[in-house]
Design a protein around this ligand. Structure first.
Ligand code: NAD
Length: 247
Protein backbone atom coordinates (compact mmCIF):
# COMPACT_ATOMS: atom_id res chain seq x y z
CA UNK A 1 0.00 0.00 0.00
CA UNK A 2 1.29 3.48 -0.81
CA UNK A 3 1.61 5.56 2.34
CA UNK A 4 -0.12 8.45 0.60
CA UNK A 5 -3.31 6.40 0.41
CA UNK A 6 -3.65 6.41 4.19
CA UNK A 7 -5.88 9.00 5.80
CA UNK A 8 -5.68 10.76 9.16
CA UNK A 9 -8.41 12.93 10.68
CA UNK A 10 -7.08 15.33 13.34
CA UNK A 11 -9.70 17.28 15.26
CA UNK A 12 -8.97 20.84 16.39
CA UNK A 13 -6.08 21.09 13.95
CA UNK A 14 -5.97 24.75 12.93
CA UNK A 15 -3.85 25.73 15.94
CA UNK A 16 -1.64 24.45 18.73
CA UNK A 17 -1.06 20.74 19.27
CA UNK A 18 -3.58 19.57 16.64
CA UNK A 19 -2.01 21.68 13.90
CA UNK A 20 1.47 20.33 14.73
CA UNK A 21 0.16 16.73 14.68
CA UNK A 22 -1.67 17.21 11.37
CA UNK A 23 1.42 18.71 9.70
CA UNK A 24 3.63 15.94 11.13
CA UNK A 25 1.30 13.21 9.83
CA UNK A 26 1.32 14.90 6.42
CA UNK A 27 5.14 14.78 6.52
CA UNK A 28 4.79 11.09 7.41
CA UNK A 29 2.87 10.57 4.16
CA UNK A 30 -0.76 10.71 5.26
CA UNK A 31 -3.65 12.41 3.54
CA UNK A 32 -4.76 14.75 6.32
CA UNK A 33 -8.19 16.07 7.22
CA UNK A 34 -7.88 19.34 9.14
CA UNK A 35 -10.80 20.33 11.34
CA UNK A 36 -11.84 23.14 13.66
CA UNK A 37 -14.91 24.66 15.23
CA UNK A 38 -14.45 28.15 13.78
CA UNK A 39 -11.20 29.00 11.99
CA UNK A 40 -12.41 28.22 8.47
CA UNK A 41 -9.95 30.50 6.63
CA UNK A 42 -6.95 29.11 8.50
CA UNK A 43 -8.19 25.54 7.97
CA UNK A 44 -8.54 26.07 4.24
CA UNK A 45 -5.14 27.79 4.07
CA UNK A 46 -3.48 24.87 5.87
CA UNK A 47 -5.22 22.28 3.71
CA UNK A 48 -4.17 24.02 0.51
CA UNK A 49 -0.57 24.35 1.72
CA UNK A 50 0.13 20.60 1.66
CA UNK A 51 -0.65 17.78 -0.77
CA UNK A 52 -3.85 15.72 -0.57
CA UNK A 53 -5.22 17.56 2.49
CA UNK A 54 -8.67 18.92 3.14
CA UNK A 55 -10.48 20.95 5.79
CA UNK A 56 -13.89 20.35 7.41
CA UNK A 57 -15.59 22.66 9.90
CA UNK A 58 -17.74 21.15 12.68
CA UNK A 59 -18.84 22.12 16.17
CA UNK A 60 -18.18 18.94 18.15
CA UNK A 61 -20.53 19.97 20.95
CA UNK A 62 -23.28 19.16 18.41
CA UNK A 63 -23.65 15.39 17.93
CA UNK A 64 -24.98 15.71 14.39
CA UNK A 65 -21.98 17.84 13.35
CA UNK A 66 -19.61 15.35 15.03
CA UNK A 67 -21.14 12.46 13.04
CA UNK A 68 -21.09 14.62 9.90
CA UNK A 69 -17.34 15.26 10.31
CA UNK A 70 -16.58 11.53 10.04
CA UNK A 71 -19.04 10.89 7.23
CA UNK A 72 -17.70 13.83 5.19
CA UNK A 73 -14.12 12.66 5.67
CA UNK A 74 -15.10 9.14 4.58
CA UNK A 75 -17.01 10.35 1.56
CA UNK A 76 -14.00 12.45 0.47
CA UNK A 77 -11.33 9.75 0.91
CA UNK A 78 -13.23 6.45 1.20
CA UNK A 79 -11.10 5.27 4.13
CA UNK A 80 -9.68 6.24 7.51
CA UNK A 81 -6.51 4.91 9.14
CA UNK A 82 -5.82 7.32 12.00
CA UNK A 83 -8.17 9.37 14.18
CA UNK A 84 -6.65 11.94 16.53
CA UNK A 85 -9.12 13.30 19.07
CA UNK A 86 -7.30 16.52 19.89
CA UNK A 87 -10.07 19.16 20.06
CA UNK A 88 -10.74 20.12 23.64
CA UNK A 89 -11.88 22.95 25.87
CA UNK A 90 -10.87 24.11 29.29
CA UNK A 91 -12.37 26.08 32.17
CA UNK A 92 -10.25 27.95 34.71
CA UNK A 93 -11.98 27.52 38.10
CA UNK A 94 -10.24 27.41 41.50
CA UNK A 95 -10.65 23.89 42.86
CA UNK A 96 -12.21 25.24 46.09
CA UNK A 97 -14.96 27.21 44.26
CA UNK A 98 -17.34 24.27 44.04
CA UNK A 99 -20.45 26.24 43.06
CA UNK A 100 -18.59 27.96 40.22
CA UNK A 101 -18.03 24.51 38.72
CA UNK A 102 -21.73 24.30 37.90
CA UNK A 103 -23.52 21.43 36.14
CA UNK A 104 -23.51 23.60 32.98
CA UNK A 105 -19.69 23.79 33.12
CA UNK A 106 -19.43 20.00 33.64
CA UNK A 107 -21.81 19.30 30.74
CA UNK A 108 -20.04 21.68 28.36
CA UNK A 109 -16.61 20.18 29.11
CA UNK A 110 -17.83 16.57 28.94
CA UNK A 111 -19.65 17.24 25.66
CA UNK A 112 -16.45 18.31 23.86
CA UNK A 113 -13.73 16.45 25.81
CA UNK A 114 -15.44 13.07 26.34
CA UNK A 115 -18.68 12.54 24.44
CA UNK A 116 -17.47 13.97 21.10
CA UNK A 117 -14.36 11.70 21.01
CA UNK A 118 -16.64 8.74 21.80
CA UNK A 119 -19.01 9.64 18.95
CA UNK A 120 -16.15 10.15 16.47
CA UNK A 121 -14.65 6.79 17.43
CA UNK A 122 -18.01 5.03 17.14
CA UNK A 123 -18.63 6.60 13.72
CA UNK A 124 -15.10 5.80 12.47
CA UNK A 125 -14.81 2.27 13.92
CA UNK A 126 -15.93 0.39 10.82
CA UNK A 127 -13.63 2.34 8.48
CA UNK A 128 -10.66 2.05 10.87
CA UNK A 129 -11.17 -1.73 11.11
CA UNK A 130 -11.53 -2.04 7.34
CA UNK A 131 -8.24 -0.26 6.58
CA UNK A 132 -6.18 -2.01 9.27
CA UNK A 133 -3.54 -4.50 8.15
CA UNK A 134 -0.58 -6.19 9.81
CA UNK A 135 1.92 -3.69 8.39
CA UNK A 136 -0.18 -0.66 9.35
CA UNK A 137 -2.63 -1.17 12.19
CA UNK A 138 -5.20 1.58 12.40
CA UNK A 139 -4.92 3.77 15.43
CA UNK A 140 -6.72 6.27 17.58
CA UNK A 141 -4.87 8.86 19.65
CA UNK A 142 -6.72 10.80 22.32
CA UNK A 143 -5.10 14.00 23.56
CA UNK A 144 -5.87 14.04 27.26
CA UNK A 145 -3.81 15.84 29.90
CA UNK A 146 -1.35 15.48 32.76
CA UNK A 147 -4.33 16.86 34.76
CA UNK A 148 -6.21 13.64 33.97
CA UNK A 149 -3.49 11.58 35.62
CA UNK A 150 -2.36 13.75 38.55
CA UNK A 151 -4.90 15.45 40.86
CA UNK A 152 -4.33 18.97 39.51
CA UNK A 153 -5.28 21.14 36.54
CA UNK A 154 -7.12 24.33 35.60
CA UNK A 155 -10.35 23.08 37.14
CA UNK A 156 -11.77 19.88 38.61
CA UNK A 157 -14.30 19.40 35.75
CA UNK A 158 -11.49 19.74 33.17
CA UNK A 159 -9.21 17.30 35.01
CA UNK A 160 -12.07 14.82 35.49
CA UNK A 161 -13.01 15.03 31.80
CA UNK A 162 -9.44 14.17 30.82
CA UNK A 163 -9.29 11.32 33.38
CA UNK A 164 -12.44 10.01 31.76
CA UNK A 165 -10.80 10.20 28.32
CA UNK A 166 -7.80 8.27 29.66
CA UNK A 167 -10.01 5.50 31.06
CA UNK A 168 -11.99 5.39 27.81
CA UNK A 169 -8.67 4.97 25.98
CA UNK A 170 -7.77 1.86 27.96
CA UNK A 171 -11.25 0.34 27.77
CA UNK A 172 -11.35 0.87 23.99
CA UNK A 173 -7.83 -0.51 23.57
CA UNK A 174 -9.21 -3.76 25.00
CA UNK A 175 -12.43 -3.59 23.03
CA UNK A 176 -11.17 -2.62 19.57
CA UNK A 177 -8.02 -4.78 19.46
CA UNK A 178 -6.27 -6.16 17.50
CA UNK A 179 -7.41 -4.16 14.44
CA UNK A 180 -7.40 -0.75 16.13
CA UNK A 181 -4.77 0.44 18.61
CA UNK A 182 -5.95 3.13 21.04
CA UNK A 183 -3.51 5.34 22.94
CA UNK A 184 -3.51 8.69 24.69
CA UNK A 185 -0.96 11.45 25.05
CA UNK A 186 -1.26 13.32 28.34
CA UNK A 187 0.64 16.60 27.89
CA UNK A 188 1.68 18.84 30.73
CA UNK A 189 2.16 22.48 29.75
CA UNK A 190 2.40 23.01 25.98
CA UNK A 191 3.09 26.44 24.48
CA UNK A 192 -0.19 26.96 22.54
CA UNK A 193 -2.91 29.63 22.45
CA UNK A 194 -4.83 27.66 25.13
CA UNK A 195 -1.91 27.96 27.59
CA UNK A 196 -0.97 31.61 26.95
CA UNK A 197 -2.65 32.87 30.14
CA UNK A 198 -1.54 29.99 32.39
CA UNK A 199 1.03 32.08 34.27
CA UNK A 200 1.22 29.80 37.32
CA UNK A 201 1.68 26.70 35.18
CA UNK A 202 4.46 28.41 33.22
CA UNK A 203 6.24 29.24 36.49
CA UNK A 204 5.76 25.68 37.77
CA UNK A 205 7.16 24.04 34.63
CA UNK A 206 10.10 26.44 34.42
CA UNK A 207 11.05 26.05 38.06
CA UNK A 208 10.06 22.48 39.01
CA UNK A 209 9.95 20.21 35.99
CA UNK A 210 13.13 18.25 35.20
CA UNK A 211 13.05 19.67 31.64
CA UNK A 212 12.69 23.25 33.08
CA UNK A 213 10.14 24.30 30.44
CA UNK A 214 6.81 23.51 28.83
CA UNK A 215 6.68 21.50 25.58
CA UNK A 216 6.48 22.87 22.06
CA UNK A 217 3.56 21.50 19.99
CA UNK A 218 6.02 19.78 17.64
CA UNK A 219 7.35 17.71 20.55
CA UNK A 220 3.85 16.36 21.19
CA UNK A 221 3.45 15.77 17.43
CA UNK A 222 6.60 13.62 17.44
CA UNK A 223 5.04 11.42 20.15
CA UNK A 224 1.85 11.13 18.08
CA UNK A 225 3.89 10.14 15.03
CA UNK A 226 5.67 7.47 17.09
CA UNK A 227 2.34 6.05 18.32
CA UNK A 228 0.93 5.96 14.79
CA UNK A 229 3.98 4.20 13.37
CA UNK A 230 4.10 1.62 16.19
CA UNK A 231 2.60 -1.75 15.34
CA UNK A 232 2.29 -2.89 18.95
CA UNK A 233 1.59 -0.11 21.45
CA UNK A 234 -2.00 0.03 22.66
CA UNK A 235 -3.72 1.22 25.83
CA UNK A 236 -0.83 3.51 26.70
CA UNK A 237 -1.27 6.91 28.30
CA UNK A 238 1.97 8.68 27.56
CA UNK A 239 2.65 11.40 30.10
CA UNK A 240 4.42 14.13 28.15
CA UNK A 241 5.05 16.61 30.93
CA UNK A 242 8.82 17.04 30.93
CA UNK A 243 8.96 14.84 34.03
CA UNK A 244 6.91 17.13 36.30
CA UNK A 245 4.97 14.11 37.60
CA UNK A 246 8.20 12.85 39.18
CA UNK A 247 8.57 15.84 41.47
P1 NAD B 1 -5.98 25.21 21.09
O1 NAD B 1 -6.92 26.13 21.78
O2 NAD B 1 -4.88 25.74 20.23
O3 NAD B 1 -6.79 24.13 20.23
C1 NAD B 1 -8.03 23.62 20.62
C2 NAD B 1 -8.74 23.15 19.37
O4 NAD B 1 -10.00 22.56 19.80
C3 NAD B 1 -9.08 24.28 18.39
O5 NAD B 1 -8.70 23.91 17.09
C4 NAD B 1 -10.61 24.36 18.44
O6 NAD B 1 -11.18 24.60 17.16
C5 NAD B 1 -10.98 22.98 18.91
N1 NAD B 1 -12.29 23.02 19.58
C6 NAD B 1 -12.60 23.58 20.77
N2 NAD B 1 -13.92 23.46 20.99
C7 NAD B 1 -14.43 22.81 19.92
C8 NAD B 1 -15.74 22.41 19.55
N3 NAD B 1 -16.83 22.66 20.29
N4 NAD B 1 -15.91 21.79 18.35
C9 NAD B 1 -14.85 21.56 17.56
N5 NAD B 1 -13.59 21.90 17.86
C10 NAD B 1 -13.40 22.52 19.03
O7 NAD B 1 -5.39 24.33 22.28
P2 NAD B 1 -4.24 23.25 22.42
O8 NAD B 1 -3.44 23.67 23.59
O9 NAD B 1 -3.57 22.95 21.15
O10 NAD B 1 -5.12 21.99 22.89
C11 NAD B 1 -5.28 20.80 22.16
C12 NAD B 1 -5.63 19.68 23.13
O11 NAD B 1 -4.54 19.48 24.04
C13 NAD B 1 -6.87 19.93 23.98
O12 NAD B 1 -7.62 18.75 24.08
C14 NAD B 1 -6.29 20.31 25.33
O13 NAD B 1 -7.16 20.02 26.38
C15 NAD B 1 -5.05 19.44 25.36
N6 NAD B 1 -4.01 19.91 26.28
C16 NAD B 1 -3.37 21.10 26.10
C17 NAD B 1 -2.37 21.50 26.99
C18 NAD B 1 -1.61 22.80 26.85
O14 NAD B 1 -0.81 23.12 27.75
N7 NAD B 1 -1.78 23.56 25.79
C19 NAD B 1 -2.04 20.68 28.08
C20 NAD B 1 -2.70 19.47 28.22
C21 NAD B 1 -3.67 19.08 27.32
Amino acid sequence: MKSNERVALVTGSTSGIGKAIALQLSDDGFNVVFHSKKSVDEGQRLASSIPRATYIQADLSDQEQAKGLVSQALSLYGRMDVLVNNAGINAMIPHGSLKQASPAVWRELYEVNVIAPWTLIAEAEQALRASSCSDYTSSIINISSHAGVRPKGASIPYAASKASLNHMTQLLALTLSPEIRVNAIAPGLVNTPMAESWVEAQKLWTERSPMKRGAEPLEIAHTASMLVSSSYLTGEIILSDGGLNLT
